[in-house]
Design a protein around this ligand. Structure first.
Ligand SMILES: CC(C)=CCC/C(C)=C/CC/C(C)=C/CC/C(C)=C/COP(=O)(O)OP(=O)(O)O
Ligand SMILES: O=P(O)(O)OC[C@@H](O)CO
Ligand SMILES: [Mg+2]
Length: 248
């Protein structure tokens, strides 16, 4: 399956894409598969798999294997480093943390991971990954020079740089578990310059209203992670969020 085309088609036909993020370190592979199954039933379009800490090796492989046994929606790797590349995924967000101070997160992990992506034949989806305040664990691990939440023009500059470098997707990340996602002003300003390039927004989205505000401002895709880990009825929670963002 061409995952990028699949996502772009959903964006075009349904207005918005919903992505569920599963951290392999947060539960067993069987539990991850249960969550993915429920998320797909709730209307989520794809499962992102990754985490900033201990999210590689056998645990990552097993998590993907189990998820794929239980669901038919695509899996997309969301790697914290080259160790986050697995053969058992449909695609990978091949991202560069453009506002990192550390070259490892701008090009080195990409160079170390690229031969594995090639060898495994995973589809690569190019992405400019931008971390804004507060940034959370991923901001710390990625040594990001956090984009101030009230400075949309800085996010716009980085987004344009990513677009001109040829990246198809741009991800505005506030950090997992953030108190709030990127502001509507920032999302609007970034989407305006991105044009047809896809804008993903994540970090701190845990209710339908917050998701809807991001979409109204211009987000093409919404990521939710923590809320899925914290809910007992995953399908109902995802359905609530999905119905707030599709065909808005
Ligand atoms: C393309 C390749 C091979 C690597 C890219 C390497 C880059 C650019 C990493 C960016 C910095 C980083 C640490 C990203 C992690 C992304 C991620 C998986 C975040 C979500 O993790 P959660 O598990 O939700 O958050 P916590 O870790 O806070 O729990
Ligand atoms: O865990 P949450 O806050 O949903 O964030 C998801 C994602 O943006 C983290 O990379
Ligand atoms: Mg985590």
């Amino acid at each position: 399956m061409q995952v990028e085309k699949y996502l772009n088609d959903i964006s075009k036909n349904q207005g918005t894409v919903h992505l569920t993020l599963i951290d392999p370190a947060s539960q067993s592979p069987d539990e991850a598969a249960e969550i993915a199954f429920a998320a797909a039933n709730g209307g989520s379009d794809a499962i992102m798999v990754g985490g900033s800490i201990e999210a590689g090796g056998a645990l990552l492989d097993q998590t993907l294997i189990k998820i794929r046994e239980k669901t038919s929606i695509p899996t997309i790797l969301f790697p914290a480093n080259a160790g986050g590349v697995s053969a058992y995924s449909d695609a990978i967000f091949f991202m560069s943390l453009l506002n990192s101070r550390d070259i490892n997160y701008i090009t080195t992990n990409q160079a170390m991971g690229a031969p594995l992506v090639y060898k495994f034949g995973i589809e690569s989806i190019s992405m400019a990954y931008l971390i804004i305040e507060p940034g959370g664990t991923v901001g710390w691990v990625g040594d990001a020079k956090l984009i101030p939440k009230n400075k949309p023009e800085i996010a716009v500059s980085y987004s344009l740089a990513g677009k001109y470098l040829g990246m198809h997707y741009t991800y505005l990340e506030a950090g997992s578990g953030a108190d709030e996602p990127a502001s509507p002003e920032m999302i609007k300003a970034v989407k305006k310059v991105l044009g047809d390039n896809k804008l993903i927004v994540g970090g701190g989205i845990r209710d339908p209203e917050t998701a809807r505000v991001c979409v109204k401002a211009g987000a093409d895709m919404i990521v939710t992670g923590t809320v899925v880990e914290e809910t007992s009825d995953v399908a109902a929670k995802i359905e609530e969020i999905v119905s707030a963002i599709k065909n808005e």
